[in-house]
Ligand binder design. Structure first.
Ligand SMILES: [Zn+2]
Length: 217
């Protein structure tokens, strides 16, 4: 969730956008309203840290950049597959019939790549009392409803799509569907934070786009 602080100047109210300290590259985690950034940066200690002190932070950043570029390359490669397709879908909440109802999400059936599919999602991997924790996350799986005649490797990812406002990070999942393996494992939906997860849950229906690509053997 983006927080804005309100500044009142001679009766005029406007929002001051949150900004990072300019030394965030050196590991400073300060984030605050724009009008406070100058006074913070004047007393920020990060420019005085030694190379050894900032090294592990820089190393972590380099790893993140490398990871991001790997995902980018994977997405580029999937977009070059012979068969790619997308569907704009909605996850709707349901409860299981068990004695203690469990919440889960499911889309309607949809067709893609000449098969029928459904996406299922759950909260905190079905842990007992997800409402009691403030660290919420969503995992999802892709299920093929018509039996594949031969094994097929499907790459898929969830995107915001034109009807939703999900701030999902780039990612690619992959699973080989066969006659006996019609359900992928649950993959984490990479949301930036738990607040984003709460925002999606509060909206009840989750709009998104599913991108799929298939390697034909
Ligand atoms: Zn700082």
């Amino acid at each position: 969730m983006r927080r804005h602080s309100t500044v009142i100047l001679s009766g005029v109210t406007f929002f001051s956008r949150p900004v990072h300290c300019q030394y965030s590259l050196l590991g400073c985690g300060w984030r605050g309203p724009h009008h406070e950034v100058n006074s913070h940066e004047q007393q920020c200690q990060h420019p005085n840290h030694s190379g050894a002190q900032v090294f592990s932070h820089l190393q972590r950043q380099a790893e993140n950049v490398e990871e991001a570029s790997k995902i980018f390359t994977q997405i580029m490669s999937v977009l070059s597959f012979e068969k790619i397709t997308f569907n704009d879908l909605q996850l709707k909440p349901y409860r299981t019939d068990e004695f203690i109802h469990k919440l889960f999400y499911e889309t309607s059936r949809f067709s893609a790549l000449s098969y029928q599919w459904v996406i299922k999602a759950r909260l905190n991997d079905n842990q007992k009392d997800p409402h009691l924790t403030c660290n919420r996350f969503i995992t999802y799986q892709l299920i093929v409803k018509s039996k594949p005649s031969s094994p097929m490797v499907v790459h898929f990812m969830i995107l915001r799509g034109p009807f939703g406002d999900m701030r999902v990070n780039p990612h690619i999942c992959q699973f080989e569907f066969t006659e006996s393996n019609t359900e992928s494992p649950f993959f984490a939906l990479p949301l930036p934070d738990s607040a984003e997860c709460n925002k999606l849950l509060a909206a009840r229906i989750i709009d998104f786009r599913l991108m799929m690509g298939m390697v034909t053997k």
